[in-house]
Design a protein around this ligand. Structure first.
Ligand code: NDP
Length: 245
């Protein structure tokens, strides 16, 4: 990697894929992971590299310690410490709280929370030695604003915001900034799975009256990682068209 490089978990589709493209266009080299969507991952990587940008994709379930450690080890030996780590990989498993089985609860927590622990813990010693860097969590407005059927998801996204505050305090002395982005309703496969009634109800609650785009999230990520974000740490930037206002 010739430029500063950035690790993005879950970069093959949706918000993650747009973050990968936006940051690559802005001169960063990128490593991203995916779990199942190999075709999309390779297509994205090929498209960026054919335009002269630097990108690598690894199949890696970021909720599994062994897989994370293997990829992090390889990245560190090839490219050194990353400039930034973006904890984007996430899933929903919506259901009314009383119907959520323990296994489903744990699966979601492992996927959305344990993954951030594993990825950040593996990279941090190297970032601390480098004395420079950023950690970013892709949380959700659901962390602040209740939503029927999303108690598990809300708890996982609130955990990311808790990690943001405490990690920012712990890591400031190493010149590592830690922030979160909390998107509202953004147009991806995840939001396409909402029923049309739930979708219409959500749009009604958005002052800007529309769903957000992945590009609008990715541009904010670029801002926080760039010089505009140099004195910002421990914060959550809400990108929700005013839904939580
Ligand atoms: P998508 O379902 O469109 O994409 C999710 C991406 O994460 C895919 O690339 C998927 O890879 C990857 N992924 C999921 N779990 C893992 C894992 N364990 N290991 C590796 N990769 C994984 O989701 P979105 O783009 O919509 O969401 C991205 C993030 O933004 C999530 O954290 C989500 O909670 C958050 N968010 C989304 C909102 C929305 O309205 N869309 C609103 C607020 C927050 P694969 O396909 O291979 O499984």
């Amino acid at each position: 990697m010739e430029n500063k490089w950035i690790f993005v978990s879950g970069g093959s589709r949706g918000i993650g894929a747009e973050i990968v493209s936006e940051l690559a266009r802005n001169g960063f080299s990128i490593v991203f992971t995916y779990r199942n969507s190999k075709e999309e991952a390779l297509k994205l990587c090929d498209s960026l590299t054919s335009q002269g940008m630097q990108c690598r994709a690894y199949q890696c379930d970021v909720s599994i310690a062994k897989e994370v450690d293997q990829v992090v080890k390889e990245c560190i030996s090839l490219f050194g410490a990353p400039y930034a780590v973006i904890n984007n990989a996430g899933i929903v498993k919506d259901n009314l709280f009383i119907n959520i089985e323990e296994k489903t609860w744990l699966d979601l927590m492992n996927n959305n929370v344990l993954s951030s622990y594993l990825v950040n813990k593996a990279f941090l010693p190297h970032m601390i030695s480098q004395g420079d860097g950023c950690i970013l969590f892709i949380s959700s407005v659901t962390a602040f604003k209740g939503n029927t059927g999303q108690v598990n998801y809300a708890a996982s996204k609130a955990a990311m915001i808790g990690m943001t505050h405490s990690l920012a305090v712990e890591l400031g002395r190493f010149n590592i900034r830690v922030n979160s982005i909390a998107p509202g309703l953004i147009e991806t496969d995840m939001s396409k799975n909402l029923s049309s009634i739930a979708y219409k109800n959500m749009i009604k609650k958005i002052p800007l009256g529309r769903i957000g785009s992945t590009k609008e999230v990715a541009m904010s990520v670029n801002f926080l990682l760039g010089s505009g974000g140099n004195y910002i740490t421990g914060q959550t930037l809400v990108i929700d068209g005013g839904m939580s206002a």
